[in-house]
Design a protein around this ligand. Sequence first.
Ligand SMILES: Nc1ncnc2c1ncn2[C@@H]1O[C@H](COP(=O)(O)OP(=O)(O)OP(=O)(O)O)[C@@H](O)[C@H]1O
Length: 646
Amino acid sequence: MGVMPPTDERSNRSEPSSASLSTVASIRRLHPYVRTALPRLAGGLLASLGAGLMALAIPRVLQWVTDGPLTAGAREHDWSGLAWSVVLVAVLGVGEAGLILLRRTLVMFPGTRVEAAMRMALFRHLQDLPVAFHDRWPGGQLLSRIMGDLGLLRRWLVFGILQLVVSLVTIVVGVGLLVATGGWLGIIFLCGAIPVTVLAFRFSRKYRTISRLSQDQSGDLATTVEESVHGIRVLKAFGRGPDALDQFTEQAAELRETEIRKATTDAGLTTALRVIPEVTQAVALVVGAVLVARGEMTLGALVAFFATTAVINGPVVDLGMTLSMTLNARTAVDRFFEVMETVNPLTDPDRPADLAPVTPGRVSDTAGHVAFRDVTFRYDDADRPVLDHVDLELPPGTTTALVGLTGSGKSTLAMLPPRLFDVTAGRVEVDGVDVRAMTRAQVRERVAVAFEDPTLFSASVRDNVLLGVSDELPDAEREALLAESLDVAQAHFVADLPDGADTRIGEEGMSLSGGQRQRLALARAIAARPRVLVLDDPLSALDVATEEAVTARLRDVLSSTTTLVIAHRPSTVALADRVAVLQDGRVTAVGTHQELLASDPHYRYIISSLEEDYAAHADPGPSTDTATDPATDTAPEDRATQEALS
Ligand SMILES: Nc1ncnc2c1ncn2[C@@H]1O[C@H](COP(=O)(O)OP(=O)(O)OP(=O)(O)O)[C@@H](O)[C@H]1O
């Protein structure tokens, strides 16, 4: 049984938009990245060509030596001419080696630079793309593109492309020489080019599909590794490790099969490229022997012919390898541009609103008035909206608790002010300005968020907490902010960490408890001193005593901040000046807790449900509270709520 969704559902293996492009057109899209490297790559290509031509020149010298100095030397017993020809062959050999070295030197640096530039561009774009994109794309697919594909592309740039061009030029020039100087023998050799071309064409079509499949399957495998490492606690807790292993084994076997198909296809072409020239050579040898016997061809010409075919045979066999490298590189380019060409619909406006600058970490004198005006929101893949004509005002400096049944759209609504998603219709305003008229930087300077599931990075506590604080603030100010926000979030445990706030916390803060991580995430949101603070149930993992302490300190801090807090506990509702009720995608009531208790049956139902949960967590014994259906309108108001809300 699989523990994670099947790979095809996760791999984004839709028909790529580049499928209709030829390999050359697809690879030409690399131009902006390779432009600056082109002179050195061209130099490398010239060096390679020079080396190839020198290799081809050696047989000509051999022909001259055999028919000239060697024959004359044997006849006249004078070997002086031969010595010079040996020197000439040695010079050509050393020249070829020197040019190969020059090629390597020229292409190594631009290759790594192009790889690094493309990797940075892809990472930058991934950072820019909206949450909706990351919800859709599995991490492993992105990882395999940014690491594996770009590594493959570098190897092709520094070796494959040059080798391909050099092989083709050597073959064309070599065969040209054979035809020009070898007469019938050249034409026999040329005939071998027909099956080679047909096979190479068929190979390209087949190999392209397998190469794409293999690179996509590598991405799926990386996703499985990433998810099982990420979810190792759940897998272990539920004893699902063996299932994860089974799933991994199945995917790894699929990939292996594809790799074998790839290698077999490659081997098929390479074998054909070896056999066809050998066969033509055998035929040419028979014909050549007859021609020499009849005196229609010199022995030197025959030697030169076979020495030239020996030079050509290498590039012909290499053609298989360089062709498969090129097709793999083409797949890598396609996969790179599939992400790079994903348009971000959440962009900065051409003419952003003219707003006073705000320094994250410093209290600003902007009001922080938030308004949801006739807001409708629908997820891309959903058939109906989650939020349906929502109107809600958050007056400056107030704290509004958002309550609603599970799945009613609270988290979705909370993601609109920080522009993690844009509204489908209507508008969200901060201080009278539509957030879509602000740059994303302007929005983030004003709005900070803390989520229930806090993400911390592999960095020090200090760096994690001061993430949203301007680097331009003086160190003393940053330290004071750190101390204050840790204190408000009751994150006193930081002082007991081995290096205090300098302690590096593990990947995603895994070395900390859930409550500790939540408190650091809360401290991070507070430290930015935003005018608008969105808290998505940020205290859910805290014990009752710590929650009370955080709540008390938060009240002070929130007095000057406009706060929207999603409440799943009565104590969180207690933080708020007013409460908004979300029901069926609409805000159906807004008022103080007491007003809503008195007037809104759905609110009473929600509150009694929250109390039940709260009591169940605070006291695992049997609860006497019963949630009452709104239809009966008889929800009790018990002591727990009174205490929490007093
Ligand atoms: N990324 C998404 N893509 C598509 N649908 C989504 C996405 N996220 C949430 N939804 C759907 O939107 C609806 C509202 O979800 P949301 O998380 O906003 O509810 P919520 O009120 O915060 O729930 P809870 O109290 O359980 O956290 C749900 O039906 C959910 O399935």
